[in-house]
Design a protein around this ligand. Structure first.
Ligand code: BG6
Length: 513
């Protein structure tokens, strides 16, 4: 039930309304995990929400020799297991008629001819115009073959034509600056920048989009959102799951590349950006990228001073046994891949001068909890804060990204009674209570945006490269250090003690989530 004051009449639509166009979503890696767990359930939920154009199709591509029927079965199971809403028989029957599969190897030119013929037939049968979205849910070393194959088969239309060709690219976009540039160049040889949608699924999360709304749709935060009033900012993305079955990818990645280079730096951009002058995609993207451009470099000896890496050892997460990272299947017994990283950074601009940002993320931690917390400066040591032995707790604005999406503001209040006692209390807002129902999944919003051609929530080439430009010297510092062991933390804990020291030597503490 909406809370009083959040009635439908007071819900204002300030966004440019999205007009998704009829199209076919062509998924490279159509039988893979991402398609089954995220993409197909997302399209299905868009159908349930009645926001999907009526003439649409999904064409899965892959090496496996699946029939359309096999593919539909995989999709049905994917929806049953991963959709935020249950499979509805009637809706499924109309949905499955739009699902198709084409098998073929990406390194065979004939595959792309088959894709073209298949697309033309599907479009003619279902009355879908030849608007096509190519989703590259495949390893980056196959991007070049996919893009060039599409181009050679005449499947890439010029931008701004009667119908569109768009490409969605999944991370990882590179493993350092050089490789990111190469991948961008490969895709850029075939598609214009306006046709390229680089996904960072954190930008599609409701709570992440709300960061901009909280900051720029309220009058009370922006005047104090700067170094004069803010002591520091903490961004935490903790995950309860270990590496699971993803060691083959994760071993070559680690927490810095997997989470910080993309998701966490994007959160930082939203917290720290200047107000954009409009909601036009490129205006918002320019404001975000400006933050990346003023990140103070961490290189050479600073890498050890500002960064802490960690690796989980055997422990229990939610009473389940988790083996140490080095004992996980597919992990080298002497691996130095970090499953945890904590760091302190600064932004070299007027607004944030001298304000530390503490970031941390890890796998196999106590629980899944992500938040951005802005801690305000202490009040003067007089009146209610006159006792230096018992300082007042500072005000903190915490934006909970997941789970229990919402926001809380810690303020100091008088304890009822005759004594002049004070106590911190939390003003709390949760999405569930305020708006009821479930929020759409990130992939739902993002796919809809691509169908509508709105790139606001996607990464532009210069942003990807700017974030790699900042991350790469850290990776080089780590490589040069040649360490054979990383600081350890027990699975099910909050990370290594070294990370506590990083913040505690500054007289601050990680928040308890
Ligand atoms: C992915 C990372 O990008 O994000 C995963 O590759 C991580 O390692 C995931 O688990 C976290 O996403 P979410 O939406 O579950 O917070």
């Amino acid at each position: 039930m909406p809370q009083p004051g959040v009635t439908l009449a007071s819900v204002v639509d300030t966004t440019r309304s999205l007009k998704p166009e009829p199209c076919t979503l062509v998924i490279f890696g159509g039988s893979g995990d991402l398609a089954r767990r995220k993409l197909v359930p997302a399209v299905y939920n868009l159908l349930l929400d009645k926001v999907l154009p009526s003439n649409f199709a999904v064409l899965g591509l892959g090496r496996k020799t699946f029939s359309d029927e096999d593919f539909r079965e995989i999709c049905r199971k994917g929806i049953e297991e991963h959709s935020r809403r249950e499979l509805d028989r009637g809706a499924w029957e109309s949905f499955e008629r739009h699902l198709f599969f084409q098998s073929g190897a990406i390194d065979e030119p004939s595959t792309f001819e088959q894709i073209r013929a298949r697309l033309e037939k599907i479009e003619a049968d279902l009355g879908v115009p030849d608007n096509r979205i190519f989703y590259l849910a495949i390893p980056p070393d196959s991007f070049a073959q996919a893009c060039e194959g599409l181009k050679a088969a005449g499947l890439v239309r010029p931008p701004n034509g009667r119908t569109f060709s768009r490409v969605i690219v999944e991370k990882p976009i590179g493993h350092d600056l050089e490789s990111a540039k190469q991948i961008n160049a490969v895709i850029g040889n075939v598609f214009a920048e306006s046709q390229i949608f680089r996904i960072d699924h954190y930008l599609g999360k409701e709570t992440v989009q709300n960061l901009m709304v909280i900051r720029f749709a309220n009058s009370i935060f922006e005047p104090i959102w700067n170094h004069k009033y803010i002591d520091h900012v903490q961004i935490t993305v903790s995950e309860a799951e270990g590496v699971g079955t993803r060691a083959a990818y994760y071993e070559g990645s680690g927490a810095l590349r997997d989470m910080v280079q993309n998701h966490i730096l994007q959160l930082l951009c939203l917290v720290a950006m200047e107000p954009p002058y409009s909601l036009e995609p490129d205006v918002v993207r320019n404001a975000r990228i400006d933050v990346l451009r003023c990140l103070k470099p961490i290189a050479g000896q600073d890498v050890e001073r500002f960064m802490v890496r960690g690796q989980y050892t055997h422990g229990k997460v939610k009473s389940e046994d988790v083996p140490g990272y080095r004992r996980e299947t597919g992990v080298a017994p002497d691996s130095t891949t970090e499953t945890y990283v904590a760091l302190k950074l600064f932004l070299e601009n007027w607004r944030w001068s001298g304000v530390p940002f503490y970031l941390r993320t890890g796998k196999a931690m106590t629980k899944r909890a992500s938040e951005v917390a802005v801690q305000f400066k202490d009040i003067p040591q007089i009146l209610f804060n006159a006792n230096p032995a018992a300082p007042q707790a500072p005000n903190v604005l915490a934006l909970r990204i997941q789970p229990e999406e919402g926001l809380s503001l810690r303020i100091i209040s008088k304890v009822p009674g005759s004594k002049a006692q004070t106590n911190p209390v939390e003003m709390n807002f949760t999405y569930g209570e305020a708006f009821g129902g479930q929020s759409p999944e990130a992939y739902e919003r993002l796919l809809l945006d691509v169908m509508a051609g709105d790139a606001s929530l996607f990464m532009r080439r210069d942003a990807v490269e700017a974030s790699w430009a900042w991350i790469t010297p850290i990776l080089e510092g780590w490589r040069e250090s040649g360490v054979r062991w990383l600081p350890e933390y027990r699975a099910g804990s909050w990370g290594p003690v070294e990370a506590d020291r990083l913040i505690e030597t500054d007289g601050r503490m990680w928040r308890k989530l």
